[in-house]
Design a binder for this molecule. Structure first.
Ligand code: XMP
Ligand code: MG
Length: 210
């Protein structure tokens, strides 16, 4: 049965079985990955629709501001940010700048090593910063990034595509979807470097995870 998701004006909670727009066909997990993936959790159509909603929320959140610097967390946030920034520039009055920060704590595992490595970025002192991240689990990665960036910006906000709903002590200004606590891939997200190019958010089979 297709689930109708009509209200994209606020965070969408994704049920265990995943979500898709009523008009979309049943999502098809790519053939080549069929033995590695459990299911599609969020289809491309749902991602596109939610990103339009997020862009509206971000434009409202930065009301009175002309220009924002989008600081994208590499590598996972890349696909999401590319789509979001284009919608922002096309559909809002905000001008956008683009910058990147690299941050890694997972290595080739499905759980955090606890220590976060960060890579230098351009000078963004005094700018209106929007930090764009793919996913929040424990919140450890974002906490480090937020502490580092908060003081540099005149204005600082955080946007995440997916939130597993377990992090505490961090502020998330814009959330795309709240998802169950499963390990996901696709749309920029990877497991050991794989699945980033898939257009949907997929759930990776538990038995494959280390
Ligand atoms: P923490 O626990 O620091 O985790 O909030 C956030 C970072 O870990 C990665 N991460 C994932 N990557 N599928 C992924 O591909 C997942 O389900 C997942 N959960 C966490 C991600 O890089 C994020 O920056
Ligand atoms: Mg990441």
């Amino acid at each position: 049965m297709h689930k109708v998701v009509s209200d994209f004006s606020k965070t969408v909670v994704v049920p265990e079985e995943g979500i898709r727009l009523a008009s979309e066909p049943e999502p098809k997990v790519r053939e080549k990955y069929i033995n590695e993936l459990d299911k599609v959790l969020i289809t491309k159509g749902c991602l596109d629709a939610r990103i339009k909603g997020l862009a509206r929320e971000i434009a409202n959140g930065f009301a009175g501001v002309d220009e924002i610097t989008c600081v994208v967390v590499l590598k996972g946030g890349m696909f999401f940010a590319a789509d979001l920034i284009r919608v922002l520039d096309e559909q809002s009055k905000l001008r956008t700048r683009l910058d990147f920060i690299k941050c890694s704590s997972y290595g080739d595992r499905s759980y955090s090593s606890g220590s976060v490595q960060m890579c230098q970025l351009d000078n963004i002192e005094g700018e209106n910063i929007l930090l764009i991240e793919d996913i929040v689990d424990t919140g450890g990665t974002l906490r480090v990034l937020q502490n580092y960036l908060k003081e540099k910006g005149k204005n600082f906000k955080t946007c995440v595509l997916l939130d597993k709903g377990v992090a505490s002590g961090i502020e998330l200004d814009f959330i795309g979807f709240r998802i169950p606590r499963v390990f996901v891939g696709g749309y920029g997200l990877d497991y050991a470097g794989k699945y980033r190019g898939l257009p949907e958010i997929v759930v990776i089979k538990k038995e494959l995870l280390k």
